[in-house]
Design a protein around this ligand. Structure first.
Ligand SMILES: [Zn+2]
Length: 317
């Protein structure tokens, strides 16, 4: 139809292991094998099947240390890089206090993951996402020094921010400690569309000096509801359809998923302490697959395109 743009959808999957969720929920030591390797060995192949059904080329944000810890998961990632998916940098150990790290430690987190991912993929990553969506000037400086093309950490969603603050506050009340860190609230006012950012201006468009492209995670116009895997899985059908059509009307729908989004809690033996704290884990796998199948089918039905984040050049087409 003349004047109506076809949607453009960038799908990314953060491959946080179950240990990351243990840290968020203050559950102590990460779970033993096989749950420890669940995301790479069990969930990741489900994503590859799903994406193959729809011709989706996706971006996978990899935690570098997992490549050393899990040879089986590493082999799966090497295969998917060969088949044209993008591997990007999600730090080496996924520290939630990433923005509070001294410069040398932060650089080590970026560099060790960079080397491990380049080794597996056969090409160096050009994109970065911080753990827990928190980014700052020092991180941007380090990414710029290393020639990174884009960052996709900014999450301009006040409802998500408020919900996270509430959970962290409630945990403190009962004496449990979350590893989570709240992002700089200025991120909540960041643009919804991709913008040129500099180290001095991570949250606002700026062309003053060397910069990289910031590709914010999808939120709806107006209320800025977060449109990510877990919110789509948990939303009632009417709200999910609203969130999807609003996100697809943007120049780019930057859909962030997590490896755990395709866990089948019971069949996969996800520890019950974690299932009790993650409502999305209590939804059956068949429901979660249906949500994503419907979304990708809708995109294809509208003549839309799936792009890796490294192919996103500007906010426009
Ligand atoms: Zn993560």
């Amino acid at each position: 139809m003349a004047g109506i743009r076809e949607p453009r959808l960038a799908v990314s999957v953060d491959l946080d292991g179950l240990g990351c969720y243990y840290a968020i929920h203050g559950l102590g030591e990460p779970p033993p094998a096989p749950a420890r390797h669940l995301v790479l060995r069990t969930c990741l192949p489900r994503f590859l099947d799903l994406f193959a059904r729809h011709g989706v080329q996706a971006t996978f944000f990899v935690v570098g240390a997992d490549l050393h810890a899990d040879p089986e998961g590493r082999a799966i990632l090497a295969d998917l890089a060969r088949s044209g998916h993008e591997l990007a940098n999600h730090t080496h150990t996924h520290p939630y206090h990433f923005t509070r790290l001294p410069r040398a430690e932060m650089a080590g987190e970026i560099d060790r993951a960079h080397a491990a991912i380049a080794d597996v993929a056969g090409r160096a990553p050009t994109g970065f996402r911080a753990p827990g969506y928190a980014i700052n000037r020092q991180a941007f400086e380090l990414l710029l020094e290393r020639g990174y093309a884009y960052d996709s950490s900014v999450f301009p969603s006040p409802p998500y921010y408020a919900a996270k603050a509430l959970v962290m506050g409630a945990m403190r009340l009962v004496g449990r400690r979350s590893a989570s860190v709240l992002d700089d609230p200025r991120a909540l006012l960041a643009p919804r569309v991709a913008y040129p950012a500099t180290a001095g201006s991570p949250y606002r468009p700026s062309t003053g000096g060397p910069g990289l492209l910031e590709i914010p995670i999808a939120v709806t116009p107006g209320l800025r509801l977060h449109v990510i895997g877990t919110s789509l899985i948990l939303a009632p059908g009417w709200l999910r359809r609203h969130m999807i059509s609003a996100a697809l009307a943007s120049p780019l729908f930057n859909l962030e998923l997590h490896g755990i989004d395709l866990a089948d809690a019971q069949a996969d033996g996800v520890p019950s302490a974690l299932v009790a704290r993650q409502p999305d884990l209590r939804r059956p796998l068949v429901h979660k697959l249906r949500v994503f199948d419907e979304l990708f089918t809708a995109v294809r039905g509208q003549g839309g395109r799936f792009v890796c984040l490294s192919a996103v050049q500007t906010a426009g087409r």
